[in-house]
Every structure is written in structure tokens, then in C-alpha cells.
Design a protein around this ligand. Structure first.
Ligand code: HQG
Length: 191
């Protein structure tokens, strides 16, 4: 199967399993699940037929394991804007987590903390490389370091999605600092 087709199917799933299920007339249950058969029928009825093999490939091949299929049902692992309860257990985080963003957001983030914006949670990455990739979706990435141990100690709840994204409601500015740039303040030429 063509890689571009897999990406198109994955984007279609993101749109309808995270954001606008009603657009193709499906309803997610309280935990975000929908029957695979219902999804495939709805997609076909709305002009985007997906074969079962294509769906399985889009779920299995997904670089970020965005979707989980089990017991004849499918859901997105995280990233929803529609209200779902992913029912993830509260877990102790690693001492440090990371958030990738871009320079234009930093002043506001340092003033009011990280907020979920259009999603349900603030998304934190387990390592700076992943955070760099997340930030780079929007421009030159800036990585923020989150003092997860101190947040945990002060009662903030952490959950980890099926694909290793750490989810919290808010990160107050006191727990944030901007990571040192790999190249120092003068940029790469100063090396
Ligand atoms: C920023 C992708 C100003 C925040 C990725 C980010 C990730 C603020 C943007 C996942 C702010 C929200 C999530 C504040 C937060 N002031 N800007 N107070 N608080 N922001 O896309 O973390 O492809 O909702 O820094 O790989 O970028 O969807 O969150 O720039 O895992 O599977 O507001 O999305 O995964 O953007 O990305 P997003 P994100 P998927």
C-alpha cells in the first residue's frame, strides 16, 4: 500500500476519532471507542471508503501509535478535542519531562503556564528529541523543561497515554524553564 494513502487514512482517523465524529454520523462512547464496522460503514457512506486491511495498516504502521484497535473497536490514544474520558490511570511521572513549542509562545507560557489550548490536556514528551519534533511542527523549536517531580510532589496528576505521551491539566510557570539551546546563545556558528 502506498505510504501517502496510509497517511491520508491516518489523518481521516484523527479528524473523526479525535475531533469531529459527528461529521460522518458516528458517536464515540464515553471512553472514545467506536465499533470498527460502524466506522468503516460511516466512512464509506461519506465518500471515503477504507478497507479493513488499510485500517489495520494505518493503525499498525503509525509512527506515533495514535490509534488502538481491540475487541472490534478502535479509538485514538490521545489528542482529542471532543470530550472523552480516556480512563488512564494516574501514574508517577519521570522526574523531568519536556514540551516542544516555538519562540512566539514562550512569553505567554512563562506568564500563565502551559495550557491545553484546543485539546483536553497539555502534552508532555518523555525526551527532548521528541519535544523538539513536536515544536518543529510550528517553526524553529524551543524545548521547555518541566520539573515533573516537583509538580507530582505538589499534587498535580499525571497520566501516560498508550503511546507514551504524558498528559496533565496545566503546568504552572514555576515548574517550567527553557532548555539550553544545543548551540548556545550565539547560535550554531559559535560552536
Ligand atoms: C502552545 C501532536 C501560548 C503549545 C504532537 C503548543 C504532540 C501556549 C500549542 C501533540 C500556551 C498547542 C500535542 C500558553 C500552550 N500561551 N501558547 N499559555 N500553552 N501553548 O497541537 O503540544 O500528531 O494542541 O506550546 O506530536 O504542540 O496530534 O499541542 O504550541 O504529541 O498525534 O499551544 O500533537 O501529535 O498546540 O502537540 P497543540 P502540542 P499528533
Amino acid at each position: 500500500m502506498d505510504e501517502r494513502r496510509v497517511v491520508r487514512v491516518s489523518k481521516y482517523l484523527a479528524k473523526h476519532l479525535r475531533h469531529q465524529p459527528e461529521r460522518i454520523g458516528i458517536t464515540l462512547d464515553a471512553h472514545g471507542w467506536v465499533e470498527v464496522d460502524v466506522l468503516l460503514e460511516a466512512a464509506a457512506a461519506h465518500g471515503f471508503p477504507i478497507s479493513r486491511a488499510e485500517l489495520e495498516r494505518a493503525v499498525a504502521d503509525n509512527d506515533k501509535r495514535r490509534y488502538v484497535m481491540e475487541g472490534g473497536r478502535i479509538r485514538a490514544s490521545q489528542g482529542h478535542s471532543v470530550r472523552v474520558d480516556l480512563d488512564l490511570p494516574v501514574t508517577e511521572p519521570p522526574p523531568v519531562l519536556f514540551h516542544g513549542t516555538v519562540a512566539r509562545n514562550v512569553d505567554s507560557i512563562m506568564a500563565e503556564g502551559l495550557r491545553p489550548m484546543k485539546r483536553h490536556h497539555v502534552h508532555l514528551s518523555p525526551d527532548p528529541e521528541t519535544a523538539t519534533r513536536v515544536g518543529a511542527r510550528r517553526g524553529a523549536p524551543v524545548v521547555l523543561v518541566v520539573d515533573a517531580a516537583a509538580m507530582h510532589a505538589s499534587g498535580h496528576l499525571f497520566r501516560c497515554s498508550a503511546n507514551g505521551v504524558w498528559l496533565v491539566d496545566h503546568v504552572p510557570p514555576a515548574f517550567l524553564r527553557v532548555a539550553e539551546s544545543r548551540f548556545g546563545p550565539q547560535g550554531p556558528r559559535s560552536q
